[in-house]
Ligand binder design. Structure first.
Ligand SMILES: [Zn+2]
Length: 423
């Protein structure tokens, strides 16, 4: 959350050089799979496009001399062996699936930068004490099969493999059947055992780094989330003959709640947010005061105490407005995701590595979920954010600057090699 300057750390990776041209070519070749006319990518998980992306990644890994494993979720692991194969590996991962009409960098930048890191080490004849494994997690996005991030969730025991294999897409196809169809169902025995650390490089997907003219950030954690489903019940009446002062209007209560939640979030510093994304009036006709409005509310904060506080204030605000508008209210908590706090030592290492490549460092908290959220439950984890042009993501105009990609890769190389050298 703050900027810090520290002395430059000694260059521990002399000899290993990131080849930006190779990284760029790999990202663009990957982006051609499922490419859209407007410059984006549609590569939903377990589709033919996803299979082609996996095949290409596997070929590049084999060419780089990496050993590939496939687990029962279809997650790919490409291992660059360490000097002591008995030690737990360092994992560098992200995902190759996309949302419909998504961008070229959300996911692939992390996977392919990881690949570039081991290509650079191999070219320099360098090998860490520990192995480095590049990970392509299946179905990070959750765009075809809900929920999102199921493959890392299974690794940490948040879902069973059976639960995930039985998820169905909108057309009724099963996750497990589609995994078989594309030939990417592996073995549970190939899941990672002990893991030394997990690092995920990802685009920021927001405007903060750009607004501060910074290329990179060390990510300290992920915002916790509370979701409410709110039902407001008033009196349905004809719009014409009902005097304003006698109404019990559920829609007016909903409108005041929307504005009130925005004001509540604005009373906190960034990155605290509150959002109403769904609103359904019943019956929803032009000349009738709605009898009922069903709406959502989403509040996010980076600490447990802060999340409990803003969620409590949001609930009190909604109840107060309901009383003032003389409508009944039901508030149901439908999702409660605690904030993720990444490993402070790894965040510090990324911070120092950013400065070592000559960039100013900044720490921030991620607003969206990533596989790193689950990995943090089983191994020391941190993320590295790369500036996203215009803050645009999950859209075809998603862009980065190649200089930022180079700085990100150099940072990841340093941090990964440092971790791989640890006894
Ligand atoms: Zn992503």
């Amino acid at each position: 959350m703050k900027m810090k300057m520290r002395p430059v750390m000694p260059d521990i990776v002399t000899g290993a050089r990131i080849d930006l041209g190779r990284l760029r070519a790999s990202i663009l070749e990957m982006a051609a799979i499922g490419a859209t006319a407007a410059g984006g990518v549609t590569r939903l998980t377990l589709t033919d496009e996803d299979r082609a992306a996996r095949d290409l990644f596997a070929r590049w890994c084999a060419d780089a001399g990496l050993t590939l494993r496939l687990d029962d979720m279809g997650t790919q692991y490409a291992r660059y062996e360490g000097r002591d194969p008995s030690l737990a590996p360092v994992l560098l991962g992200s995902h190759l699936d996309s949302v419909p009409a998504g961008g070229k960098y959300d996911g692939p930048l992390g996977v392919l930068t990881g690949l570039e890191v081991v290509r650079a080490l191999r070219d320099a004849g360098l090998r860490g004490r520990r192995a480095i494994e590049i990970v392509n997690f299946t179905n990070e996005e959750g765009a075809r099969f809900e929920p999102a991030m199921v493959a890392s969730a299974v690794l940490v025991g948040a879902y069973t493999a059976d639960f995930v294999h039985h998820r169905r897409d909108a057309t009724g196809l099963r996750f497990g059947d589609e995994l078989d169809r594309i030939g990417y169902r592996g073995d549970a025995a190939n899941r990672p055992g002990a893991i030394h650390a997990y690092l995920e490089l990802h685009i920021e997907q927001g405007p903060v780094l750009e607004s501060e003219n910074l290329p990179l950030a060390a990510v300290e954690g992920i915002l916790g989330i509370r979701w409410f489903n709110v039902t407001l019940r008033g009196q349905s009446q004809h719009a014409g003959p009902s005097p304003m002062r006698s109404r019990r209007d559920a829609m007016v209560a909903a409108g005041r709640i929307i504005v009130g939640l925005r004001e509540l979030a604005l009373s906190y510093p960034d990155p605290v947010v509150a959002t109403v994304g769904r609103l359904r009036p019943v019956p929803g006709v032009i000349n009738q005061i709605p009898a009922e409005v069903v709406m959502s509310a989403d509040v996010r904060h980076w600490t447990d105490e802060g999340l409990a506080e803003i969620a409590g204030k949001a609930e009190a605000l909604m109840r107060r407005i309901a009383v003032e508008e003389r409508v009944e209210i039901d508030i149901e908590t439908i999702q409660n995701v605690p904030p993720t706090r990444f490993d402070p030592r790894l965040v510090e290492l990324l911070d120092a590595s950013i400065q070592a490549v000559g960039a100013p460092s900044r720490r921030m908290v991620a607003g969206a979920g990533h596989d790193a959220k689950y990995m943090n439950d089983i191994t020391p984890t941190a993320m590295l954010f790369v500036r996203t042009i215009g803050g645009m993501s999950h859209c075809e105009s998603e862009e980065i600057a190649w200089d930022d990609a180079r700085l990100g890769a150099e940072t990841l190389l340093r941090a990964a090699l440092r971790l791989a050298e640890e006894p």
